[in-house]
Design a protein around this ligand. Structure first.
Ligand code: S3P
Length: 431
């Protein structure tokens, strides 16, 4: 589907409520399925990725029912049951486009008494899985892959705890190992170079797991979880497109309500402040163990470029495509370093981002581990951009389209449904 986007001169105004966080929604279904008892999950994500997780746990015998569009009721004995397909003896589970589903569920299934196969779509089948196969194998798991890629054939068996040092700061790898540790013999410790998002740690603690955190290390002991109602905070990674639009579209001034502001996710807010953007956090509170607040943004004429590197990266990894758009409206250079893992996302986000944004006249340069944007510049537009099946590229290009001199076209805009089907409707309410 092609979406045309025109320059906006009147500004964005009003108030929106940002839909549910994708990372927390995945974990809410997974952990409530592993917990004993009944619970209600409020404000569950409507994105396709979280529905891949939901369908998978239904297949694993968990009773999950929608009370309304965004509210789930989960009843579980805390035990997963294999679901042998009628056409083969394999228990086949589809993960769609969702890396979080495949990587976290691998940690859960590796320690079960049954075997399973995890399958992904074309994009997910190209993403690296060695990063989880390696630590799980050290725990005693047996997993077959196609040269480190899905499909993954997981032979369930009893696992043993490990002390693992990861070279990568990745919440998916960390969560996979922690979830395997939940059901392993002895304690498991996972250490990462910088702290990645900690929703797994917070939610497991909320549900009663024996989990502790010291610096960048997390230790889990085998634990039973107890079901508890969960309210999912709004997704700061979805809010990011609105934050950037508010800062770069002249005359904008609005409030984004109910945004998750867990400090392991607020790298974008720090960058906006470093650039001198107008951003304020209001009404901070804690919901189901997670910090939330309202974010007020307004047009910021005097943004300055900055360097984004090191421990900034895991705190804004999913926001880097839209940060490139923001940087084009900041004076001087914005340099993104140490973000090589961006090449392993739904698309190679360094290559595709820099290539596509160059088409609308952005002065952006690809680097091995990131990119450099030379601002401040008027974007020409007048081109058709390819999304490469990547939801965050689609929404970043839309945000850029709001300030391009000439209309742009975005090919594959429907990929926004992966995380944020409400994106355009919400944008229109602010126009
Ligand atoms: C996620 C972790 C991040 C992020 C992804 C969601 C999660 O991936 O990019 O969108 O829910 O744990 P990595 O752990 O691979 O960095």
């Amino acid at each position: 589907m092609i979406k045309n986007v025109k320059k906006l001169s009147n500004g964005l105004k009003g108030e929106i409520i940002i839909p549910a966080d994708k990372s927390i929604s995945h974990r809410a279904v997974m952990f409530s399925s592993l917990a004993k008892g009944n619970c209600v999950i409020k404000n569950f994500s409507s994105g396709a990725d979280c529905h891949s997780t939901l369908n998978l746990f239904k297949q694993l015998g968990i009773d999950i029912e929608f009370i309304d569009k965004k509210t789930l009721k989960i009843k579980s004995e805390g035990i997963l049951k294999p679901n042998a397909s009628k056409i083969s003896h394999d228990n086949i589970y589809l993960c769609g486009n969702s890396g979080t589903t495949m990587r976290l569920v691998s940690g859960i299934l590796a320690g079960q008494r049954f075997d399973s196969v995890l399958i992904g779509d074309e994009s997910l089948s190209k993403r690296p899985m060695k990063r989880i196969i390696e630590p799980l194998s050290l725990m005693g798991a047996k997993i077959e892959s196609v040269d480190g890629h899905a499909p993954l054939r997981i032979y369930g068996r009893k696992l043993n705890g490990i002390n693992y040092f990861s070279k990568l700061a990745s919440a998916q790898v960390k969560s996979c190992v922690i979830l395997a540790g939940l059901n392993a013999e002895g304690k498991t410790t996972f250490t990462e170079p910088y702290q990645s998002r900690n929703h797994t740690e917070l939610l497991l603690d909320y549900l009663g797991a024996d989990i502790s955190v010291e610096g960048n290390s997390v230790t889990i002991a085998p634990s039973e979880l107890t079901a508890k109602d969960i309210s999912v905070a709004g997704d700061i990674s979805s809010a990011a497109f609105f934050i950037v639009a508010g800062l770069i579209v002249p005359n904008s001034d609005f409030i984004i309500k109910n945004v998750g502001i867990n400090p392991t996710r607020t790298g974008l807010i720090d960058v906006v402040r470093r650039m001198g953007g107008n951003i304020e956090i209001l009404n901070e509170q804690i919901i189901s163990g997670e910090k939330v607040g309202d974010i007020k943004v307004s047009y910021s004429e005097n943004l300055k470029g900055c360097i984004i590197e090191g421990n900034d990266i895991p705190r804004l990894i999913d926001e880097l495509p839209v940060i490139a758009v923001l940087a084009s409206q900041a004076e001087g250079e914005t340099i993104v370093k140490n973000a090589e893992d961006l090449r392993n996302k739904e698309a190679d986000r360094i290559k595709c981002l820099t290539g596509e944004l160059s088409k609308i006249g952005m002065n952006i340069e690809e680097r091995e581990d990131g990119f450099v944007v030379f601002g401040k510049q008027e974007l020409e537009g007048g081109a058709e951009l390819e999304t490469y099946h990547d939801h965050r590229l689609a929404m970043s290009f839309y945000t850029a389209g709001l300030i391009c001199k000439n209309e742009i076209a975005i090919n594959g805009f429907e990929w926004t449904n992966i995380s944020f089907p409400e994106f355009e409707t919400l944008m229109n309410t602010l126009k």
